[in-house]
Ligand binder design. Structure first.
Ligand SMILES: [Zn+2]
Ligand SMILES: [Zn+2]
Length: 192
């Protein structure tokens, strides 16, 4: 029987590398996010405006991620005190993961630009915050996305799998990389 291989990921310069287990290919949700915060984060990291293309993500459980090398290069961008943690490789400013702020909320979105096989996670099944001319942004298939995020988080919680995370020190509950919370002025410059 053929086994599904792990999918490798890497920052652009190759210092931060690891792999995603095949469980993510089965249970992950691939989507394109066009939200203002993802756009602001891309600007902050020198990627220009990504409004049209969106960010190609797979939402999955943190226990499917192994960071094999370069953990010390990771840094976290936070656009506001309550926002998600946006993990990037400080060596080359590659955006890599988004997580929630606490390990018990077992959620990660992997930016698929970091892999050479985004197709391993299936087709894009949802779009969030798609810009609409003259109106507020809309979701396509957003309900399914939310249900799957919650059911993965509950399953990870009940099974204890939430404790297998490469992103947090479980003793303290703190993320393993420094957080850069940008101030209000710098933040304003990143939004339209
Ligand atoms: Zn790098
Ligand atoms: Zn977004």
């Amino acid at each position: 029987m053929a086994t599904t291989p792990f999918t490798a990921f890497s920052c652009r310069c190759g210092k931060v590398r690891g792999r995603i287990s095949p469980a993510s290919a089965r249970s992950g949700t691939r989507l394109l996010c066009h939200c203002r915060d993802c756009r602001a984060a891309a600007r902050y990291l020198g990627r220009g405006d990504i409004a049209q293309d969106g960010v190609d993500l797979v939402q999955t459980s943190p226990d499917t991620i192994d960071i094999e090398t370069g953990t010390g290069h990771l840094a976290i961008l936070r656009l506001g005190p309550k926002g998600p943690l946006r993990w990037y490789a400080g060596c080359c400013k590659t955006p890599m993961f988004n997580t929630l702020a606490r390990p018990g909320l077992a959620f990660v979105a992997v930016l698929l630009d970091t892999t050479d096989k985004p197709g391993a996670f299936g087709p894009v099944v949802a779009h969030s915050f798609v810009p609409q001319p003259g109106g507020p942004p809309r979701h396509k298939n957003g309900g399914r996305m939310v249900v799957r995020v919650l059911s993965r988080m509950i399953a990870a919680r009940l099974s204890g799998r939430w404790k297998r995370t490469p992103f947090f020190d479980l003793q303290t509950g703190d993320p393993i990389a420094p957080i850069h919370l940008i101030d209000r002025e710098a933040r304003a410059a990143l939004y339209d």
